[in-house]
Design a protein around this ligand. Structure first.
Ligand code: PCA
Length: 319
């Protein structure tokens, strides 16, 4: 009897022995998102008394941004971070993030995430993934090497795209979509491969886009989110109190990340300006036309997603 008990205890200890998760991300180590994950890792280690260690693999060093979800799903790495809009083909609901002009403030972005989260968690669970938290990028603005005064100015401009949404937007504007990973934006601009793009102020700062880029229009188009997740299998292997520690640290990382995003948004716009980029508004006419395009985009999206889209947007617009 005593022997059996000792054997059982040993088995339990082995099952919950110290583990390490690698978290793959496609973004640079200095990105505020990645710094937040690093802090999450330190908090997890402290909260679990070293039972779980987190190792970061930034900058696409393990997998490319667009392949990270699949890699975690396939058990090639325990955890990862990606941008939600990279998943629209498999999880259409994730595209709610980048419908132009639906979300205009961090508060509204939070509301959208609260409504989106249950559906995203369900879709992730079906793929053997557990959502940890999500944090938005600062609002997306329009960068250009030349002034943009009317819709005609977009015609044939080489426009950077980073997902399906930005490709569709480039098409609608009559621009030429050019797929460039975030880390490559500075070089692509320098080589004349890009003339315009929609992304956040912080991404412009990280890529030092001044020089080729002369204008930044604060169009606040959308707030795309990065999502951090782990394979359900890796999560289930943890002892219950370790799991609780991870979820608590994840909630904290989400809160901290949203604050950091907002702070970074303001500082980065100032930094663009300090480096000679003109911060401007679009003309009211052009703004109206672009918003109109956003409506067209949202209709297309709602039609392609169906009921799940209504389940989010009906309550979203009710308050
Ligand atoms: N920066 C990332 C995604 C959104 C953002 O602000 C990028 O430009 O790829």
């Amino acid at each position: 009897m005593k022997l059996i008990l000792i054997a059982a205890l040993c088995a339990a200890t082995v099952a919950h022995a110290q583990s390490t998760w690698k978290i793959a991300t496609g973004y640079r180590a200095e990105s505020f998102h990645t710094e937040n994950i690093a802090q999450f890792g330190r908090e997890v280690e402290a909260a679990t008394k070293g039972q779980l260690r987190i190792e970061l693999a930034p900058n696409g060093s393990l997998f490319k941004l667009g392949d990270i979800r699949q890699a975690v799903e396939d058990g090639k790495v325990q955890a990862g971070e990606t941008i939600m809009t990279s998943m629209v083909k498999d999880i259409p609901l994730a595209g709610a993030d980048s419908i132009p002009f639906v979300v205009g403030t961090y508060q509204r972005a939070q509301r959208l995430w609260d409504l989106q989260r249950p559906g995203i968690e369900k879709a992730f669970a079906q793929r053997g993934l557990q959502v940890l938290y999500a944090v938005p990028w600062p609002p997306q603005g329009l960068y250009a090497t030349r002034p943009i005064k009317t819709l005609v100015d977009f015609k044939h401009l080489k426009m950077r795209t980073y997902n399906q949404t930005t490709i569709r937007i480039a098409e609608m504007l009559g621009a030429v979509p050019v797929d460039v990973a975030m880390g490559d934006v500075g070089r692509a601009l320098g080589e004349g491969r890009l003339e315009t793009m929609i992304t956040s102020a912080v991404t412009g700062v990280e890529n030092k886009v001044w020089g080729p880029i002369q204008y930044y229009y604060e169009i606040n188009a959308w707030f795309p989110k990065n999502i951090v997740f782990v394979s359900t299998k890796s999560f289930a292997q943890l002892a219950p109190d370790t799991r609780a520690g991870v979820l608590k640290a994840a909630a904290e990382a989400q809160r901290r990340g949203w604050e950091a995003s907002e702070a970074v948004a303001q500082n980065s716009t100032r930094e663009l300006q300090r480096n000679g980029i003109k911060i401007e508004r679009l003309s009211p006419d052009l703004e109206r036309e672009i918003k109109h395009m956003g409506e067209r985009f949202s209709r297309e999206w709602v039609r392609s997603v169906g009921n799940e889209a209504n389940a989010i947007f009906v309550p979203y617009y009710l308050n």
